[in-house]
Write a protein that binds this ligand. Structure first.
Ligand code: LR7
Ligand code: MN
Length: 572
């Protein structure tokens, strides 16, 4: 009875403090300017002292309810920390040093509690008590790092400790991929061993790269499920249960949280929409909005979403299923390709890959990588070629074209091919048709090559890369070298290059990310009249001979400036 009363009391206290948190959150929201002012003041204090003060808020297994004053500290509730423009010289030096070492604002990170609070942004449906199966499996959380910033790594670890149910977290395995920064050696070991018996540190004896580092962590893990994180993440409340739930229901479900950006400059926890993963024929990963077929298949927006590919760093998998799939190709060096290898294997060899909207984890997205790869600079290509050789069948040539058919020395892949054979996996064609029908397949283009104006021998030409897509597409003397003059007409009427499409917005013809919705990106090529017609506006592409610009005009058969040659692919 005594105990019951205690529990009751504790629960009431908890409720109370949730309300307080809410009130304070609303208060802070409406007084954003005050918050900025505070960050200005704190900057001159001893940042280490702040970290230490806040650091004492966690005892293993017990979530300490911090007094509401904490919520006014910088970065609490995921708020941004905005530094003043006019910092002192010494501060400027520290700030620059942080950026140089990590390609994110380490100085700001050091100002923020390593146990900062985050907003709970989950849909109410995610919090329903009976949503998840009762006996969830335990997991090992494996965090790999190479030269990670102290406060960032510690915040990652604390976010796991603080926001994972005690009984589900078997251990945290930190894998040090041969870092040379001093703070990651004895100081890290000492810090963890004194406080957290659940945290184990495994150190690589030479630089392995992230793929073999993950495998090293796997070797030491003792739970039935492994959950991987990058070393600059923050897990939000309730992140773990929905992941484990899917695996408990089906061991071949591999799951990823929604990955929210933590701003590299302000450390603001920003919200991402729920997205799925894809890639292009350069084997570069990118995000997609949820495809229509998935919107239709699911009954609620919190339901898991099938994703053709994973970003790579953040996922949970049943350990025995991972092993059955042949883990990663352990000859992958440093960075890259392992995310697609695992994604293809999951789908082609009997599993599913899902994004779980109820699980959200923040990740610092950086513009550049601070991580150096000794010697072999082409390891990403080498990894990709190994991947293509084993998993892409005839479609590998689309990647090889991107690297000018220069495969380089990619080592021996026979054991990986044998693995695929023994698993009796589906073909890559099956994967493309069933799992990733959104991917444009160059072999299926109706026309491909240069688009030559018959009157002037000028060709449609765009040097636009992703950064300057808004510039109108131009024309230039045809050079027959592909590159900026290479285009493909898809069966659905897009004129494409990579993921970008010719798009007529009523004023200009631009290159724009393909959206697959026809509209401004819907074209017809008529090989007899040699017109390029924009379907919805019924206008034809022409050329202005004086200004050497593209025009959009009435389609007039007698106007030779509107006639183009776009090579048809005979197989069609
Ligand atoms: O040699 C290395 N050794 C390491 O231990 C290189 C890296 N690492 C560590 C590093 O400290 C970090 O914890 O490996 C992790 C990933 O490296 P990042 O953070 O520099 O890479 P990234 O976030 O840009 O890369 C994404 O793609 C990689 C492809 O190999 C990995 O799969 C990363 O885990 C992956 N990150 C994510 O999926 C987070 C979401 C980003 C996106 C898209
Ligand atoms: Mn990362």
């Amino acid at each position: 009875e005594e105990l019951e009363r205690l529990i009751d009391f504790a629960l009431r206290f908890l409720k109370c403090s949730t309300v307080n948190v809410l009130v304070i959150f609303l208060f802070l929201l409406s007084f954003n300017s005050i918050q900025q002012l505070e960050s200005h003041q704190i900057i001159s204090e001893d940042r280490k002292a702040i970290t230490n003060k806040i650091d004492s808020g966690y005892k293993e297994g017990i979530k300490v309810i911090r007094s509401p004053e904490y919520l006014q500290e910088p970065g609490e509730l995921g708020r941004p920390v905005i530094l003043p423009e006019d910092v002192e010289r010494d501060q400027k030096i520290s700030i620059d040093k942080g950026w140089k070492n990590h390609e994110f604002n380490e100085y700001v990170s050091d100002m923020i509690s390593i146990q900062r609070s985050l907003p709970d942004i989950r849909d109410n449906k995610c919090k329903e008590k009976d949503r998840y199966v009762r006996n969830l499996p335990q997991t090992s959380v494996i965090i790999i790092f190479h030269n990670e910033a102290w406060s960032v790594l510690l915040r990652t670890v604390h976010s796991v400790l603080n926001r994972s149910p005690e009984h589900l977290l078997k251990e945290i395995i930190l894998v040090d991929d041969f870092s040379d920064m001093e703070h990651l050696k004895d100081p890290l070991s000492g810090y963890m061993s004194q406080r957290y018996p659940k945290v184990k540190i495994v150190r690589a004896s030479k630089r392995e790269g992230l793929i073999r580092a993950r495998l090293l962590g796997l070797k030491y893990s003792t739970a039935p499920v492994v959950t991987y994180l990058d070393s600059h993440c923050e897990c939000t409340e309730g992140w773990l249960e929905p992941l484990l739930d899917r695996i408990a229901q089906n061991r071949t479900s591999v799951v990823t949280p929604v990955i929210d950006p933590i701003n590299d400059k302000t450390f603001e926890y920003q919200l991402s929409t729920v997205q799925v993963g894809g890639f292009n024929w350069g084997l570069i990963f990118h995000w997609h909005s949820i495809p229509n077929r998935e919107l239709q298949r699911r009954s609620h927006h919190t339901d898991p979403v099938y994703s053709p590919a994973m970003a790579g760093g953040l996922f949970a998998i049943d350990k025995s299923f991972f092993e059955e799939l042949g883990i990663y190709d352990s000859e992958f060096d440093y960075w890259g390709a392992e995310n697609l290898e695992l994604s293809f294997k999951i789908w082609m060899c009997g599993g599913t890959l899902e994004t779980i909207p109820c699980s959200r984890v923040g990740h610092i997205f950086r513009k550049n990588s601070p991580i150096k790869w000794p010697g072999d600079k082409d390891s990403v290509k080498r990894n990709n070629v190994r991947l293509a050789e084993v998993w892409l069948d005839d479609y590998a040539k689309n990647y090889y074209k991107r690297i000018n058919y220069d495969k380089g020395d990619y080592g021996d892949v026979s054991s990986r091919k044998a693995l695929r054979k023994s698993l009796k996996c589906q073909s890559f064609k099956w994967y493309l048709e069933n799992i990733y029908p959104e991917l444009f397949i160059p072999e299926e283009a109706v026309c491909s090559g240069e688009i030559r104006n018959l009157r002037t021998n000028y060709c449609i030409d765009s040097a636009a890369q992703n950064e300057d897509l808004h510039k109108p597409v131009g024309i230039w003397p045809c050079h027959n070298q592909e590159g900026n003059q290479f285009w493909m007409l898809s069966r659905t009427g897009e004129i494409r290059r990579d993921e970008n499409c010719l798009d007529y917005d009523g004023n200009d013809v631009l290159l724009y990310p393909c959206h697959g919705l026809k509209g401004n990106q819907f074209w017809e090529y008529d090989p007899e009249m040699q017109f390029l017609v924009h379907v919805f506006s019924r206008q034809c592409i022409g050329i202005d001979e004086a200004s050497k610009k593209i025009t959009m005009e009435e389609c007039d058969l007698s106007n030779p400036r509107l006639k183009w040659r776009f090579p048809l692919n005979n197989e069609q």
